[in-house]
Design a protein around this ligand. Sequence first.
Ligand SMILES: [Zn+2]
Length: 207
Amino acid sequence: MLCENNTLNLLELEGAEIKNVWNEAGMKHISVEIPKKLHCCPKCGEMTDAVHDYRHQKVRDISIYGKLTIIHLRKRRYRCNSCGKRFAETNTFVPRYHQVTSRLVAHLISDFGKVRSASDIAKDHGVSISTTLRYFDLVNYSLKSLPEVLSIDEFKGNAGGEKFQCIITDAKHKKVLDILPNRKSADLIRYFRDFSTRSSVKVVVMI
Ligand SMILES: [Zn+2]
């Protein structure tokens, strides 16, 4: 439906179905679900679309039309009928281990580049000062070495004129190490070439 496409384009929640949009207590709320689809079992590689259960996750998003925005994500977990593994569906807009959308993280981090107080940044995005500082602390601007389990996720952040950014995380210790301005493989190779500790990486996870 044309109307639904326009809403999706406006909200830029790729791959999601918008179920409802409402205003409550001066905030904008959007309920979102990702359509059921075949997933590859992370344990045995069999394909499955068997649903195990659903969970609701509330995620803080960037402000829309000046209103603080909350995304209500109906998160699906799948079950592999071959090996019994249960696993969460994948989505491109909420990074793993976070309660905020990828694009909000990108906004919080890019705001640190401006000379502004943490409390101003927190107020703009409707999160607490401690959440803002947490992301500041999480980004290690002088990344010296690479972790044993390196995870590279891309997300749609629309920062610095680039549509997609890459988030580099230490998957074992659940720590964000760096945010890269784009996902071009030539730039990624150049970035990782500068590390003398590349051999310390045992596993690379890419989604
Ligand atoms: Zn399996």
